[in-house]
Design a protein around this ligand. Structure first.
Ligand code: IDP
Ligand code: MG
Length: 140
């Protein structure tokens, strides 16, 4: 296993309910390090670009509207096998299908307001990290 970095986002439903500390504790307890973090309000253009792969999906408009409905916390998580590990900790996209003890099972409100984003592969992780963070912001 290699040390990897993955992009994580705490979504507006999580910031609204003051859950950022509880969710960050899940990452840290699982051995992932938060090596960069910033709280921002995304613009519509930024959210559309970030989720561009889903542009043709029926939920795209609602997804973008939700992601700009309040602040998000952008993060880079680092650790052994971090990309897959974070996906495990997050749980399934739809909280109704998420395993016990996962972030989405415990915190998500719905399939839209599902509390967290995590990159799904090394290629997307690299692109997503570079979209939001400069090299100088990745202090390790
Ligand atoms: P992921 O976040 O688990 O990687 P993706 O399939 O990449 O899931 O979808 C991106 C986001 O779009 C999801 O986290 C969720 O918020 C939203 N989404 C995905 N599928 C649906 C759907 O069928 N209805 C409504 N929202 C959806
Ligand atoms: Mg995804």
């Amino acid at each position: 296993m290699a040390v990897e970095r993955t992009l994580s986002i705490l979504k507006p439903d999580a910031t609204r309910r003051n859950l950022t500390g509880k969710i960050n504790a899940r990452f840290e307890e699982a051995g992932l390090r938060i090596v960069a973090q910033k709280r921002v309000l995304l613009s519509q253009a930024q959210a559309e670009e970030f989720y561009g792969v889903h542009r043709e999906r029926p939920f795209f408009k609602d997804l973008v509207a939700f992601m700009i409905s309040g602040p998000v916390v952008l993060q880079v998580l680092e650790g052994e096998n971090a990309i897959a590990r974070n996906r495990e900790i997050m749980g399934a996209t739809n909280p109704a299908n998420a395993a016990e003890g996962t972030i989405r099972k415990d915190f998500a409100e719905s399939i839209d307001a599902n509390s967290v984003h995590g990159s799904d592969a090394p290629e997307t992780a690299a692109v997503e990290i570079a979209y939001f963070f400069s090299g100088l912001e990745l202090v390790g």
